[in-house]
Structures are given as structure tokens and as C-alpha cells.
Design a protein around this ligand. Structure first.
Ligand code: NAI
Length: 418
């Protein structure tokens, strides 16, 4: 159960029936999310197959406690301001650019997403692309479509026994590493962090990855260091008949340098799923100098786009919203201090979001002490300009405590759970 009070709100906390907490789910969010929410007792779900905008969005969101979106719905500061009762936003996707994260933060609304639910989908695609490229299937497929019969074993290789070089040994890189070894590959990887290798993989430096691997696959985030990290020098270090795969971020490969190397014929091919400039919709033409190469597999940023990933995303984000609503846990929120909270049987839990400046925690404790309220558990985390303190107290005191604590200067939002 939960009750929310903005600092200026006048009403007293009241017990809220969970079935009345409205979840507005837009953009045809996978039914796995609906099932997860229903199983947790949340029945008041308003589902829309498409994105909403303008007045229909303002009307639908105005009494929603939670909103679930994918990439199309724009939650601007104005839209968030119209959502008086909003407790949290779930982005059932990876990106969160469609939400004004700062505006949400200052309204005390955490935003959650699902950064890792499609890890397996990306890793499987990379394995498939490795096999197809080493067998020169893309170019021979193209020739067959033109009526030509290029039947030769020349420059066609098995995957088994080849070396996979992984740049970025995170969630996707490690998953790929395990699958590649199961296919009989030797795995080398590089990362800015020293990582415990899975299986028989070996951490080396990037030059060793580039100069020894038959398949180089990129799995780094986009940062100042990774933009154009694969340029002319790096491509020229790669072995003859090696292949390059990029399903990470479009800026990581210098496309002009890749074009030059492909023109030279030294690489067997490449598979590129992400591009520096991608069409915003299916109506825009995809423009790239790579289109003319038959030995390059071009895919429209679908590395993580599978039915299974969508189902995983549905469960992952729905569970994050449920945990925040039931318990106050904010782990993996993209704009909030992250706190992982235990259960609080027979207590009431105060969730206090405030400006991160000295004195607020002591003001909360001072207030509780003056009210003679005993604290049975307390948790604090800060994130940039925000502080999030959670206090468990005896049930009979929560109403009084909430009334006083919300008056502490610097309070952004205060809520009590029970
Ligand atoms: P992750 O955060 O789990 O792993 C990234 C790894 O790269 C970390 O181990 C990090 O230490 C390492 N790293 C960072 N900077 C580095 C550098 N300069 N050199 C070497 N290593 C570096 O990320 P995850 O989930 O594995 O995703 C990897 C990439 O794949 C991301 O860019 C993500 O956006 C992209 N992605 C693409 C998808 C698609 O549809 N094509 C779907 C999902 C993710």
C-alpha cells in the first residue's frame, strides 16, 4: 500500500487499495509485463497499442500512478507536470532519451529501463554473423540473386578453431564469449577494467585482439574514448581474411576507414548493425557508403530486437516498478539515488526525497526524535543533486511523522508505504 504527498499537499496519508493504483501502459508493451503486474495484485491497467501524444496523452496520464512506454512516447517536462499522481516511469526498452529525466527527477519520479534484457539476442546474432561472414555467404547470396553460381571453397572457413576477439567484456561480451567457446573458438578480449575471464577466455590488450583475432566483435558503450576507436590504424592491424562485427554503437567505427579497408580486399567482410546516422523511421532512406559491399551484412539496429527480448524487458521493468511501489527500492533507476531495501514487516516506511545538501538527514532524525518516534531501520543514498532517505518506524507513528517531515526545507517529495 502507498500514499504519496508532495510537500505542499494538504491531505493526510490514507491507505490505498493496490488495485486502484493506475498503470498506464502505452505502445503495445509485451503481455509479460501485464501478467507480472497482475500477479503482484495490480489490476488497474490501462493498455494502449500505440504511443499517445498531445491532449490524449495529457488526459490519460493525469491520474496514472505509473506509466510504461517504449521509445515513441515523449514524456516532456510539460507532460510530467500534468501527471500529478505519477510515482515512476518504466521505459520498456533500453534508451531513456524520450523522457525528460531532469524534470522527472525534480518531481520525485524515478525512471527505470531494461538495459540488459536483450543480451542473449545480440550474442546470438554475432555468432550467426561470424559463421555467415567466414563462409562468405552474404556475397554469394547476393550473386545467386543475380543468377550467378560462385561455387568454391576459396576463402571459406569453419568457425571451429578460430579466434574471437571481443572488445568490451561486459554483459554481451561475456555471453558471447561463453557461446563462442561452446562452438570451438578461442576467445581473447580487452576491456578498460580487469575482468575475471569466463571459461578459457584470456584478457589481452586491444592491439593483441586486433592482430590475432579472426572475428573482431565490438561490445563497448559509446563514450569519449570509444568514438572512432576502430579507425584506419586498428583496421590495418587486423589479419587478412578476418571479419569485423559492430552491434554496439554506431560511432565506435570510423566508417570511411572501414570503406577503405573493404576496398583494399584484405578483410573477408563485416557485419554492421549500428550506424553513426540512423533513419528515424522506416519512411526515411538508409544512407551509408557500406551499401555497395556485398560482403557486408547491414542490419537496421536489430541486434537486441527479438520476441524473447521483448518478453524479458516486460518482466524486468514491471518488476522494477512493483518493487518501487511496494518497497521503495530504486536499484537501476537512471535518474535517482539507488537503494536496495529489505522487507519491513509490521513497520511503516517513510520515503523522503530531498535536495542533496548538508543537514537534511539530521533534520529528519531530529524531527523523529522530537516526536519520540523510534527508528527501526534507515537507509540513505545520494545521486548528484538528490538525496533519498528511507526510514522504517512503528506503524502508529507514520501519519504524524509524514506531516512533520514533509515540512523540512529541501524536501522534494515524501511518501509512506505500509
Ligand atoms: P556493458 O556495460 O555490460 O559492457 C560494456 C563493457 O565495455 C564493459 O565491460 C566496459 O568496461 C567496457 N568498456 C568501456 N569502455 C571501454 C573501452 N574504451 N575499451 C574496452 N572496453 C571498454 O554493456 P552491454 O550490455 O554489454 O552492451 C554493449 C554495447 O552494446 C552497448 O554499447 C550497448 O548500447 C550495445 N547494445 C546494442 C544493441 C543492438 O541492438 N545492437 C542491443 C543491446 C546493447
Amino acid at each position: 500500500m502507498s500514499s504519496t504527498l508532495a510537500p505542499s499537499a494538504a491531505e493526510k496519508p490514507t491507505s490505498v487499495d493496490r488495485s486502484k493504483i493506475k498503470f498506464l501502459l502505452l505502445e503495445g508493451i509485451h503481455e509479460s509485463a501485464v501478467k507480472t503486474l497482475r500477479a503482484a495484485g495490480y489490476q488497474n491497467l490501462q493498455l494502449h497499442a500505440t504511443a499517445l501524444e498531445g491532449q490524449p496523452l495529457l488526459e490519460a496520464i493525469q491520474d496514472a500512478s505509473f506509466v510504461g512506454i517504449r521509445s515513441r512516447t515523449q514524456l516532456t517536462a510539460d507532460v510530467l507536470a500534468a501527471a500529478d499522481r505519477l510515482l515512476a516511469v518504466g521505459c520498456f526498452c533500453i534508451g531513456t532519451n524520450q523522457v525528460d529525466l531532469d524534470a522527472a527527477k525534480w518531481r520525485g519520479v524515478p525512471v527505470f529501463n531494461a538495459p540488459y534484457s536483450n543480451t542473449r539476442s545480440v550474442a546470438e546474432l554475432v555468432i550467426a554473423q561470424s559463421i555467415l561472414l567466414l563462409r562468405r555467404v552474404p556475397e554469394r547470396n547476393a550473386l545467386c540473386h543475380l543468377g550467378q553460381w560462385d561455387k568454391t571453397a576459396e576463402r571459406s572457413y569453419e568457425l571451429r578453431g578460430k579466434t574471437l576477439g571481443i572488445v568490451g567484456y561486459g554483459n554481451i561480451g561475456t555471453q558471447l564469449s561463453v557461446m563462442a567457446e561452446a562452438m570451438g573458438m578461442r576467445v581473447l578480449f580487452c576491456d578498460v577494467v580487469t575482468k575475471l575471464p569466463l571459461g578459457n577466455a584470456q584478457q589481452v590488450d586491444m592491439d593483441q585482439v586486433l592482430s590475432q583475432a579472426d572475428v573482431v566483435s565490438l561490445h563497448v558503450p559509446e563514450t569519449a574514448e570509444t568514438i572512432d576507436m576502430i579507425g584506419q590504424r586498428e583496421l590495418q592491424m587486423m589479419k587478412n581474411d578476418a571479419v569485423l562485427i559492430n552491434a554496439s554503437r554506431g560511432q565506435v567505427v570510423d566508417i570511411d576507414a572501414l570503406v577503405a579497408v573493404l576496398d583494399s580486399g584484405s578483410l573477408l567482410g563485416a557485419a554492421i548493425d549500428v550506424f553513426p546516422l540512423e533513419p528515424k523511421s522506416g519512411r526515411e532512406e538508409f544512407v551509408s557508403p557500406l551499401r555497395r559491399f556485398h560482403n557486408v551484412i547491414l542490419t537496421p539496429h536489430i541486434g537486441g530486437s527479438t520476441v524473447e527480448a521483448q518478453a524479458n524487458i516486460g518482466v524486468e521493468v514491471a518488476e522494477k516498478l512493483i518493487r518501487y511501489c511496494d518497497n521503495g527500492t530504486t536499484v537501476s533507476s537512471v535518474n535517482f539515488p539507488e537503494v536496495s531495501l529489505p522487507a519491513y514487516p509490521s513497520k511503516h516506511r517513510l520515503l523522503h526525497l530531498h535536495e542533496n545538501r548538508p543537514g537534511i538527514l539530521s533534520a529528519i532524525n531530529q524531527t523523529l526524535s522530537e516526536l519520540k518516534i523510534n527508528i527501526s531501520g534507515q537507509y540513505l543514498q545520494t545521486f548528484g543533486e538528490l538525496g533519498y532517505v528511507v526510514v522504517d518506524i512503528d506503524a502508529q507513528y507514520s501519519e504524524r511523522a509524514l506531516m512533520k517531515i514533509r515540512e523540512i526545507p529541501g524536501t522534494i517529495r515524501c511518501r509512506v508505504l505500509w
